[in-house]
Ligand binder design. Structure first.
Ligand code: AMP
Length: 416
């Protein structure tokens, strides 16, 4: 038997319905914030992700699905959404005449070779939001509020936004040197990966999972102490705007996020102060790193599968329709023809209608009515049909009514 790959899963049944509900809410909030839909290819040149995400990150070093196609091209399955969206932005020269920001959202599958566990898969979905062209802290606040409001609309009221600032390039580079100075004498107390990170990307040491509880990390220099005046002011302005919007945030001075491209604002959304449901930040250098001009940008990616898990764990009720409106039962060939006409008519008028497709006995069709949890049932009868009539029964009250065939749609409109 061929089985699905580790870290992947099939989406069907109630899960599919839950996802459709969550999608609807997220699409509607994206619209309110005036973000347009974008979808980029599942595979792109390896160079895009290696350069965009950063060669020294765990994602590129250990997690990307890299392969060569039959034309010997080096390709990578998309591990995150931002690099592809930036490639699209540059390729279409959208930086040309930016009087307004370019704002897009995506709902895409991502691929990372990680150790699968609950909420961590090899194929997973992210909803993401990217805003290009504004360096105003107002756009950081807008993206954070979008993230915050999306979770709250989904019923996750206990989310907190953790924020931090890495500062501008100057502040970040001074901070980087401080970290190297701080960690160097203790290098042997760090895990093997962190020893590697020390010179390549020392900020990454701060969100190492292996060393998370090491006091060395807890007492490390904090980004906020190394911000220059301008970066400091920017962070104050951001907090001010978040206060104005009544957003529940906390400052987390250890938050640096895994990717190379962030500067200034970084943030993560956590539930009950435990695991991250999503994260984002400002990435002013990325468009240039990927071959475009210098264009400021800010974005956010929601861990969609984790969000669904959290909704389930919190016992939040997702309205799932597990019933149909009408089931049409028949026996004779002529009744069958009328059944085909009726289901067609009902479906075109917006009702969920079913009839037998399995040549079942009438008794077995009655069982289907209950399995489908049908609100109404109609047992066709040639004698009645000759007079253009049918009998419709309310499956709950068991009350029956004889009506004209032509009045069926009106009848259901009135009763459902
Ligand atoms: P990142 O791009 O790593 O910042 O991820 C953003 C969000 O996506 C995280 O906060 C998680 O909620 C989610 N996420 C990241 N990796 C995975 C994964 N392997 N499986 C499921 N969700 C993930």
């Amino acid at each position: 038997m061929i089985i699905k790959q580790k870290g992947t899963y099939d989406i069907y049944g109630d899960l599919a319905k839950k996802r459709a509900y969550v999608d609807e809410i997220l699409a509607s909030i994206s619209e309110k914030y005036n973000y347009g839909y974008i979808e980029t290819p599942v595979f792109e040149s390896s160079e895009l992700f290696h350069r965009g995400v950063g060669e020294s990150t765990d994602m590129v070093q250990k997690e990307t699905y890299d392969f060569k196609d039959r034309g010997d091209r080096e390709l990578t399955l998309r591990p995150e959404g931002t690099a592809g969206v930036v490639r699209w932005f540059i390729e279409n020269k959208l930086y040309g005449n930016m009087t307004d920001p370019v704002k897009v959202f995506y709902n895409m599958k991502m691929y990372r070779y990680e150790r699968p566990q609950s909420g961590r898969n090899r194929e997973f979905t992210q909803w993401g939001f990217e805003c290009f062209g504004s360096d105003d802290v107002m756009s950081d606040a807008e993206v954070i509020s979008l993230a915050y409001n999306a979770y709250r609309l989904l019923g996750l009221d206990d989310v907190t936004i953790k924020i931090n600032s890495l500062g501008d390039a100057e502040s970040r580079s001074i901070y980087r040197e401080e970290l190297i100075k701080y960690f160097k004498p203790h290098i042997n107390d760090l895990c093997e990966d962190c020893r590697e990170r020390l010179n390549k990307n020392p900020l990454r040491i701060l969100d190492c999972k292996v060393d998370a509880d090491n006091d060395l990390l807890k007492n490390a220099p904090k980004t906020l102490d190394y911000l220059n005046e301008e970066s400091k002011k920017r962070f104050e302005d951001l907090k001010n705007l978040l206060d104005m919007m009544d957003i529940n945030y906390e400052i987390d001075e250890r938050l640096v996020r895994g990717l190379d491209y962030y500067n200034h604002t970084v943030f993560e959304v956590v539930l009950n102060n435990s695991y991250a449901l999503g994260g984002g930040g400002r990435y002013n250098g990325l468009v240039e790193t990927l071959g475009g001009p210098s264009v400021p940008a800010v974005g956010f990616a929601m861990g969609y599968d984790r969000t669904i898990l959290a909704i389930e764990e919190q016992g939040i009720n997702i309205p799932i329709n597990d019933s149909i409106d009408a089931y049409i039962l028949y026996v004779s060939e002529s009744e069958k023809e009328t059944a085909s006409y009726i289901v067609q008519d009902l479906r075109l008028n917006g009702f969920i209608a079913e009839t037998d497709l399995m040549e079942k006995s009438l008794k077995a069709q009655f069982k289907s009515v209950d399995r489908f949890n049908s609100k109404y049932l109609i047992v066709l009868n040639d004698e009645e049909l000759k007079q253009n009539k049918l009998t419709i029964k309310d499956n709950k009250t068991k009350e029956e009514e004889s009506i004209n065939l032509n009045d069926l749609v009106d009848y259901l409109d009135m009763h459902l």
